[in-house]
Design a protein around this ligand. Structure first.
Ligand SMILES: [Ca+2]
Length: 164
């Protein structure tokens, strides 16, 4: 295990245009993984545009990994169906947090530290902004789900870095 990087709070905000896995709808939930740490949201029944607004906590260590998301349709009496997956590199938020510390961004107000643009290596739907809000480093992200016909997931990621 490497050095701890702080507390990473991942809020799974909502999903949009998720796929149908039952007759008319799905019962989606999200599994979020960072290395061997795993957390799940609750199941929202019969909804293709679910709002979870659920905060999941992770304790990342150096070197920082990739956040992996998988969406499933909860089923009874059979295995849950896959509804797509996505990943997000945590390197930008970690470097932005370091930059914020170096620049000693004031602990009040909001400062934009960095922007991440969609490309072929990430799952971003649109440009993602990393800001420092009242001392916390926050990244807002919309991810496109892969290996599925449609679906996007909104995340808000907060990093409270360990103070050196
Ligand atoms: Ca189901």
């Amino acid at each position: 295990m490497g050095d701890p990087l702080g507390l990473l709070k991942v809020t799974v905000v909502q999903g949009k245009r998720l796929v149908i896995r039952d007759f008319k709808s799905s019962d989606p939930y999200v599994v979020v993984k960072l290395g061997n740490q795993l957390a799940k949201t609750k199941v929202i029944n019969s909804c293709l545009n679910p709002v979870w607004n659920e905060e999941l906590s992770f304790f990342p260590t150096e070197p920082i990994g990739v956040l992996n998301l998988e969406v499933f349709d909860k089923d009874f009496l059979k295995t849950d169906d896959k509804m797509g997956h996505a990943h997000l590199s945590l390197q930008p938020i970690v470097s932005a947090a370091r930059l914020g510390q170096i620049l000693r961004v004031s602990s009040s107000g909001e400062t934009t530290l960095r922007k991440v643009v969609p490309d072929s290596d990430n799952c971003l739907v649109r440009e993602s902004t990393i800001t420092c809000v009242d001392g916390e480093v926050v990244q807002s992200v919309w991810l496109r789900l892969c290996d599925v016909e449609s679906g996007e997931i909104e995340l808000k990621i907060k990093l409270n870095p360990v103070t050196p």
